[in-house]
Design a protein around this ligand. Structure first.
Ligand code: GLU
Length: 452
């Protein structure tokens, strides 16, 4: 059994210095909880104070974002970019526009991103940003003015060799387009590699849109295979109905599974015989509508549960695999117990940290397969790195080639996590495997680069 080292004094210090940031605390605690064995086995990490340095962002930027709505009223939002760690490459990570975004949210996401990006094996550091702006219910013109104002401040901090933002919740192709346009205008440079998630007609990569959802399902397929299972014939719950959820659903369907439910912030839909993906895409992507619109169009094939708890469905119908793709802490200990007690065999996080710590404990004591987001949802950022490669070489790959590269990367992440868990005496513990494998890659680079 490998030795372990108590990291609690270090963790206490991180919590004290970042008061009032519960999500960052949660993310830091989860990583610190895994690292005891690797710190004990390799004294070089403690000697170089790697953890202390890793948990302090290299730079944190907060700025005012004024914009004018269609009626001429001025609004003020807050913009953030946390440039967390650049030992492996330029800071890389998305921008989240959602009314709940605070500095603590961005730090939690940025911290997770360091390990996620390291796990991909690609040359990308970790960062994250966003704003408490709510794009829901805004006109295109309002979103454009907001994005232009946001970029008018952010542009001075980013660049293809410095920091490369992308999308996250509330930031898709439309927002990336407006921000890229403003960056280009201010700098007078067509610097494609400064943002990823661009439209495929102007520097974006095929498969980037699908990548997070596809990648999570490829990871899940590899994980299921360790128990002789697959998606063929499986019944699946996917929470959320945004970009990650939609492409997770598509890939599960391609692999022969049936996705029976998904959700949005106002409710859940349950379709006993499987969701109608074309309709879902039309409602969510084209019309920016709600799931109640989907259920109304689908008629008797769909049951709409306003405000519905999607996880409770596992008690009413047989579910093999759950893929939470909505947001952080959406799946609590009770929901986890419902899934485990009703025979779920795997939970795969498409979102960032959707399971509470209590839920993760329930999955682990229930002996089911559990894939943490920083491993399972890395396909999005990995394909962003592939987009950067194409931009740097002024090339554009085919869909098949980009998808093949994504699948290779996801299988590599799966195997690295599984092997690392095994090496440190916890076979099947993907949380420990992901945290240690991600940590070792960043930590070794930090040591090589000296105390900076
Ligand atoms: N926001 C995504 C994530 O959570 C993608 C980031 C990116 O493509 O840079 O990993």
């Amino acid at each position: 059994m490998p030795q372990t080292t108590s990291l609690s004094p270090l963790l206490e210090d991180v919590l004290r210095r970042n008061a009032g940031e519960p999500e960052f605390h949660q993310a830091a605690r989860e990583v610190f909880d895994s690292l005891g064995p690797v710190i004990a086995a390799h004294p070089r990490y403690a000697e170089a104070s790697v953890l202390e340095r890793l948990s302090e962002p290299e730079r944190q930027i907060i700025f005012r974002v004024p914009w004018t709505d269609d009626r001429g009223h001025v609004h003020i939002n807050r913009g953030f970019r946390v440039e967390f760690n650049s030992a492996l490459g330029p800071y890389k990570g998305g921008l989240r526009f959602h009314p709940t975004v605070t500095l603590g949210t961005v730090k939690f996401l940025g911290f997770e991103q360091i390990f996620k990006n390291a796990l991909t094996g690609l040359p990308i550091g970790g960062g994250k940003g966003g704003s408490d702006f709510d794009p829901k219910g805004k006109s295109d013109a309002e979103v454009m003015r907001f994005c232009q104002s946001f970029m008018t401040e952010l542009y001075r901090h980013i660049g293809e060799y410095t920091d490369v933002p992308a999308g996250d919740i509330g930031v898709g192709g439309r927002e990336i387009g407006y921000m890229f346009g403003q960056y280009k205008r201010i700098t007078n440079r067509y610097e494609s590699g400064v943002l990823t998630g661009k439209g495929v007609g102007w520097g974006g990569s095929l498969v980037r849109t699908e990548a997070t959802g596809f990648g999570a399902v490829v990871f899940a397929e590899r994980m299921l295979a360790t128990r002789g299972r697959s998606f063929d014939g499986a019944r699946v719950l996917v929470s959320g109905s945004g970009n990650v959820a939609i492409y997770a659903i598509q890939k599960v369907q391609q692999l022969g599974g049936t996705v029976v439910a998904c959700s949005d912030s106002t409710g859940a839909v349950y379709d006993e015989d499987g969701l109608d993906l074309d309709l879902l895409r039309r409602v969510k992507e084209q019309d920016r509508g709600r799931l109640s619109d989907y259920a109304a169009a689908r008629g008797t094939a769909s049951v709409y549960r306003p405000g519905g708890d999607i996880w409770a469905l596992a008690a009413e119908t047989h579910i093999d695999v759950a893929i939470p793709c909505a947001t952080q802490n959406e799946l609590d200990g009770d929901a986890a117990a419902t899934l485990v007690n009703n025979g779920v065999i795997a939970v795969v996080e498409g979102a960032n940290m959707p399971s509470t710590p209590e839920a993760v404990r329930v999955f682990s004591s229930g002996g089911i397969l559990f894939a943490p987001g920083k491993a399972a949802n890395a396909g999005g950022v990995a394909t962003s790195a592939l987009e950067m490669q194409q931009n740097a070489s002024r090339d554009a790959w085919t869909f098949d080639y980009a998808e093949h590269r994504l699948a290779e990367i996801m299988v590599g992440i799966h195997d690295r996590c599984a092997e690392t868990a095994e090496e440190y005496g916890s076979p099947g513990d993907y949380v420990l495997g992901a945290n240690i494998a991600g940590f070792v890659r960043v930590a070794d680079a930090m040591i090589a680069l000296g105390v900076i």
